[in-house]
Write a protein that binds this ligand. Structure first.
Ligand code: SF4
Length: 195
């Protein structure tokens, strides 16, 4: 699905959203205005149905929020292999790839596709940096051929919470989250920040 999000359209790239998973759950105050949950609540395609409820308390009252269910879409994994022009790809605009319900084996497949498509750039937004660190450290010994190739073209943007702002890092740096915090680069809006 093409997207007009500004930061997915650097010179020479078409902007694209690729959702191998859909669904999520509220993890921090940065999720209070989750654009993805509002979109999913409209239920415009099967991949979005049954993923949301209406919030009942506090700042979430009366707002659609994700209910914690995550759908894996194996049939979408090969989509980037079919794009002929270079794309800048927002991975999981309707989810969080590092949600606890996404098996590491499935994340492996997403990384395999990224490694196989060097003409594209990939951006992953996550609010789960610790789960991402767990994934990277667990996969490091067994995936030496694959992960380095994918890592070089993947940028991960950690949106930890509104108060702390956003941090953009190369995924190869992610085991050292403290370093990422020391060298922040502010980035534009994403699903959790859209009003
Ligand atoms: S803002 Fe991101 S992490 Fe939070 S509920 Fe929405 S998709 Fe999930």
């Amino acid at each position: 699905m093409t997207t007009s999000i500004e930061w997915t359209r650097p010179p020479g790239y078409k902007g694209e959203a690729w959702n191998p998973t859909t669904g999520c759950s509220h993890v921090s105050s940065g999720c209070d205005n989750c654009y993805a949950a509002r979109q999913a609540h409209r239920g415009l395609c099967e991949a979005h149905v049954g993923l949301t409820v209406m919030g009942e308390q506090g700042p979430l009252a009366g707002r659609p929020i994700f209910n914690g269910k995550v759908k894996l879409h194996g049939d979408r994994l090969d989509i980037p292999l079919r794009w002929r022009d270079p794309r800048c790809v927002f991975v999981d605009s309707m989810s969080d790839l590092f949600h606890e319900a996404v098996p590491f084996d499935f994340i492996d497949q997403v990384f395999a596709v990224m490694a196989l498509t060097p003409k594209h750039r990939y951006i992953i937004l996550t609010k789960r940096p610790l789960q991402m660190s767990r994934y990277i450290s667990k996969r490091e010994p067994s995936s030496r051929q694959l992960l380095p190739k994918a890592r070089r073209r993947v940028e991960v943007i950690m949106r930890i919470g509104r108060a702390r702002g956003n941090r953009a890092v190369r995924i190869e740096d992610t085991p050292d989250l403290a370093a990422a915090e020391r060298h922040p680069r502010r980035v534009g809006r994403g699903p959790g920040d859209s009003e």
